[in-house]
Design a protein around this ligand. Structure first.
Ligand code: C5P
Length: 394
């Protein structure tokens, strides 16, 4: 038997939970990185330390969930020893996505420090494209024309939002250059320092977008890798009667062990000198703790999503959180968005809808093809078609 089926209502609950947790994560992370009036950037916590704390909390959460499944502490100890220490070759395999996720998490702090939550979220939707590319390369998944069309609509949506965000800054710079020429004699220094600020703002937006695109590749690769691992059927002799959920929490713990090690390395590399001077928990407050807790809850929801739905659904959930994050951003800061932003956001959501319906059609076709293959004579040379449920066979 393959992956245990989850009922549709539970899938909806899982989908909504991931959407809400992702939105909360973006909003809280952004708030926690905002410099308060009267303070400066040096008062902020080091983002690398919060990533490490989140990974550590994820181990605690997954171990508690495993304990809940096993309902016995001595069994938990046995399972951890047998499945993680004795099966060290399996454990080592999880080091690959762990390292990639830590890079992604650290990039996310950089990106959010330079972009507003909505632009960050919309740009990050490019992961639908990179996920499709990685699936093509690693799993041989072939997209239909409709699916590629949906991805192009997504790109247009993303560009519309970005144009609206970037153009005002760029025109500020040129307007500013003009103004500087006219008022050269008066306040030249003040004007040129403002021009420098505008140029810095443009640079911040572009570097934030570059970091977010980097994250989309990390997300795609690690997500596809983890999905493949948790969907691979456990050997009945090897699973020791463990439930599929127990096996998922074990895979999570294996993943997070490496994530912790890489996150600690990132703390040392990025903020080592500052941590030595000001302490590991410098700048921590209640909001930082909330960011850590929400981050670990999001990880657990993501693991469930990859096990019982797939990467596309996971991406779809984070696209929905784009809309929620925009509403939150408006409620919190009063920041208004123009028509291009709304049109762009609409196209992003609409493209995801088209992609979703095309995936359903592709899955149905794939089932028909495999049924026909079973009854057709040998020698059929049709290409393998990926569906969420045959990923491990692809
Ligand atoms: O943006 P994306 O959906 O790719 O982010 C996935 C996030 O989920 C990563 O930050 C990673 O740390 C987390 N994750 C997790 N546990 C898993 C799989 C992913 O915490 N089993």
């Amino acid at each position: 038997m393959g992956t245990e089926e989850m009922s549709k209502p539970w899938k909806m609950v899982l989908f909504c939970s991931l959407t809400i947790v992702t939105t909360a994560n973006i909003v809280c992370m952004n708030l926690s990185r905002t410099v308060q009036p009267g303070t400066d950037k040096s008062s902020l916590y080091y983002s690398s330390t919060s990533v490490f704390c989140a990974e550590l909390t994820k181990i605690a959460l997954s171990t508690s969930l495993l304990m809940f499944e096993l309902r016995s502490f001595s069994r938990l100890k046995d399972v951890l020893r047998n499945e993680i220490l004795m099966q060290w070759r399996e454990t080592i395999k999880l080091s690959v996505p762990a390292i990639v996720y830590v890079i992604q998490n650290n990039l996310s702090f950089f990106a959010l420090g330079n972009l507003d939550p909505a632009t960050y979220q919309v740009t990050y939707q490019l992961k639908l494209l990179t996920t499709a590319l990685v699936m093509r390369v690693l799993l041989g998944k072939i997209l239909s024309n409709k699916q590629w069309g949906a991805l192009f609509v997504l790109l247009i949506g993303v560009c519309l939002v970005e144009v609206e965000k970037i153009v005002p800054v760029a025109s500020d710079v040129s307007a500013h250059a003009h103004a500087t020429g006219l008022k050269a004699q008066r306040g030249e220094d003040r004007e040129s320092s403002r021009a420098l600020e505008s140029a810095n703002a443009s640079f911040a937006i572009i570097s934030g977008i570059m970091a977010t695109i980097g994250m989309t590749f990390c997300s795609a690769f690690a997500g596809v890798y983890f999905e493949k691992m948790v969907r691979s059927q456990p050997n009945k002799n090897r699973s020791n009667g463990l439930s599929e959920l127990s096996l998922l929490w074990i895979k999570n713990i294996q993943l997070y062990i490496f994530s912790c090690v890489s996150a600690l390395g990132a703390c040392w590399l990025n903020d080592g000198a500052n941590i030595a001077q000001n302490g590991f928990f410098h700048g921590y407050n209640t909001l930082t703790v909330v960011v850590v807790l929400i981050g670990s809850a999001g990880g657990t929801a993501t693991a469930l999503m990859l096990k019982y739905l797939d990467n596309i659904y996971k991406n779809f959930a984070s696209s929905m959180s784009l809309v929620l994050a925009s509403i939150c951003s408006f409620l919190l800061t009063g920041q208004l968005y123009g028509p291009k932003f709304f049109l762009g956001s609409f196209l992003v959501c609409f493209s995801l809808f088209i992609y979703q319906s095309a995936s359903t059609t592709a899955a149905a076709k794939s089932r028909t093809t495999s049924d026909q293959a079973q009854i057709s004579p040998k020698g059929s040379t049709s290409l393998p078609i990926y569906t969420p449920n045959n990923i491990t066979k692809a």
